[in-house]
Design a protein around this ligand. Sequence first.
Ligand code: KIV
Ligand code: ZN
Length: 388
Amino acid sequence: MNQKVIIFDTTLRDGEQSLQASLSINKKIQIAQSLERMGIDIIEVGFPISSPGDYKAVQMISQKIKNSKICSLARCLKEDIEIAAKAMKNAISPRIHLFLGTSTLHIQSKLKKNFSEIVDMMLMSIKWAKRYTNDVEFSCEDAGRTSLDDLCYIVEKAIHAGAKTINIPDTVGYTIPTQFKNIIQTLFLKVPNIHKAIISVHCHNDLGMATGNSISAIEAGARQIEGTINGLGERAGNTALEEIIMALKIHEKTLNVYTNIKYQEISRTSKIVSHLCNTPIALNKSIVGKNAFSHSSGIHQDGVLKNRENYEILDPNSIGLKSCPLNLTSRSGRAAIKHRMKELGYLETDYNLDILYIDFLKLADKKGQIFDYDLEALAFINQQQVKT
Ligand code: KIV
Ligand code: ZN
């Protein structure tokens, strides 16, 4: 039987950290509501101790969202945990997400501590967080650069202390898929109580590996993916959830997994996030970029007109896109022009395709992309010629 992959969205926390201006509470509520509509399992709303605005957003969204779990970030400090718990007081199922650096680099040069002090902080904080909720997640910050022995040790201790989810972040996007998969496989091999927790991953995209690393972690047994809509996030961003979700859907039979996401909402949610965060989406962004389903070369357009599957691995309708007209440029062939003319309501006898195509190419060479109104103007001139 296929296993569920939990989709954990941190657009409002890790994603928002990277924006030029913070989001207003109203915008955060709108984003949370679209994530809920899309079927996101867990929404990480913020880091309540970090600012009054974050606290208020967590508090308000906790009251409004009913179908997704609400999560708040906290350092392994009592005060952080108490404030996170207080902000989520009205949430139906709150999660406290604790994080602490586990790589020698972070322990020594950021936290100025030693490994055993880190383990003690982790144990104390899980115990403290469990006073407020049974749903505690522990993240080994900079796991991608943590020694495997240290990682296995602290993960076992965290599970024993009661963390229900263990998150393995590649905080600086350092690893490549074979290495990241090896980290997760090693945890499954060497941590005795690993099956008592859900293993989650949280990848950053500094080397463009975030989606690949997350999928390789799924192959190794991870069952929660953390990421953001449109891949927003620190530096080069976080794992783009729309990419993960569609990759899991397309390869569900190979990976034996499923998600509870409503695919039809993907395009709309992506647009809402882009608009409210004032962050345009690159034209060639996988799944949600404007060009993700538009075909330019004549050979591709002809192939798609014969059978969309020739050059499309997924149906744009499946992510809620209405229509994806062909991109008409000087690379387009006669088949694409004929097809578009038919869509615009012209009969084949209304125009001379050979002449129209020559005029089309001349204009496309000057203009680049040809829009419907250009084609209609060319067709009008062409019709006059057909008549005379
Ligand atoms: O990238 C990271 O390590 C984080 C943690 C707080 C999970 O964002
Ligand atoms: Zn992160």
